[in-house]
Write a protein that binds this ligand. Structure first.
Ligand SMILES: [Zn+2]
Length: 346
């Protein structure tokens, strides 16, 4: 693949929201990079600022690949090394890209990787972008933060509902794929390559924050840091809705008693008790409620019913039924495997 030169410009509105992830000082554009008054410098790749911290242990390996890509420019414009895919899938992305597939080649492969085994059959075979319905009300041009936005499925849904979306993710390749797939479609979205524990954003900006299948993979320490950061960037009265895995859930109780449980593939899931979830979110953000997201498994969405395997379809149907029951019987939430923690900033 040709090594082309990435563009170093950045949208002025996106720039106005940013702060140095190391000291939270204001960032300004100095030539082709972002700088803070204390001498920290950050590259921009095709409009996406790369605000990861090189000196810390990353939550996920692809962050290192993103830093490398931003520093050297090698692999532009796909940066397949930062996509978190297997070697074979990376070759698939490059092959489909060269062939000029209608669906962005990187997105096509990331869809399989974002949701585990139920979606594997779809890799490289998508006809349209599978955009789920984000469980957030209609926006009015206010800011919504999508943490772990990856190729942009939730960001697109939120933008279609009228939110001004900022998506943050450690995968530069996935963010650039989102930009390629959805720019010029009238959606108000901006993307940042960064770390949820060190949000490169000013205080008190967002009316909503959303995250799906991201925080559940963090260690307890990392999750607490990231939740505290949400509390910092939300406006007073702003609300976070974060998907987490519940220790007491039906399937997780069953699977944790076996050695090889279902989500040990790409990266592990950390299960929390509902009590510790409530405590952690209340301490760091404000009043908190927990609602059921799914029963019987993690990461499968009812919207994707037509796309996934028969076994996954059955699980989705059972989950949907239990979920509708749980809206009548509130105590049912304790058996949900996947929950939304909804926390309002005091
Ligand atoms: Zn700084």
């Amino acid at each position: 693949m040709d090594v082309t030169t990435p563009s170093k410009t950045i949208d002025v509105h996106l720039l106005s929201l940013l702060a140095c992830p190391r000291d939270r000082a204001e960032l300004y554009l100095d030539g082709q990079q972002l700088c803070c008054p204390h001498g920290h410098k950050y590259p921009i790749v095709d409009g996406v600022p790369v605000l990861l911290l090189a000196e810390i242990e990353q939550t996920i390996g692809i962050a290192k690949a993103s830093l490398n890509a931003a520093e050297t420019g090698i692999g532009h414009p796909l940066y397949v090394d930062s996509l978190g895919l297997s070697d074979e899938q990376r070759r698939g992305v490059e092959r489909d890209w060269t062939a000029g597939a209608e669906i962005d080649a990187a997105v096509s492969y990331l869809v399989g990787a974002t949701s585990g085994w139920g979606y594997v059959d779809l890799v490289g075979r998508l006809k349209t972008y599978p955009i789920p319905d984000i469980p957030v009300e209609k926006g009015n041009g206010d800011l919504l933060l999508d943490v772990g936005s990856n190729w942009g499925r939730w960001s697109v849904s939120a933008a279609r509902k009228g939110w001004r979306v900022i998506g943050i993710d450690p995968s530069l390749g996935a963010l650039l794929a989102a930009q390629r797939a959805f720019s010029g479609k009238g959606l108000d979205m901006g993307f940042i390559c960064g770390d949820a524990r060190f949000l490169p954003l000013k205080n008190d900006l967002f009316l909503r924050a959303f995250s799906y299948s991201v925080f559940q993979h963090f260690s307890e320490t990392d999750a607490k840091m990231a939740i505290a950061e949400l509390g910092r960037v939300l406006r007073k009265g702003g609300r976070a809705k974060i998907q987490m895995a519940n220790k007491g859930g039906l399937r997780s109780t069953y699977t944790r008693t076996r050695r090889d449980y279902m989500n040990s593939g790409l990266f592990r899931v950390r299960y929390w008790s509902l009590t510790s979830l409530r405590e952690t979110f209340e301490q760091n953000i404000g009043p908190t409620a927990v609602t059921a997201e799914a029963f019987g498994g993690l990461g499968l969405l009812a919207e994707d019913l037509r796309l996934v395997s028969a076994k996954a379809r059955l699980l989705i149907r059972i989950s949907t039924l239990l979920k509708s029951l749980s809206s009548y019987v509130r105590s049912f939430v304790r058996y949900a495997d996947s929950v939304y923690v909804v926390s309002t900033k005091r």
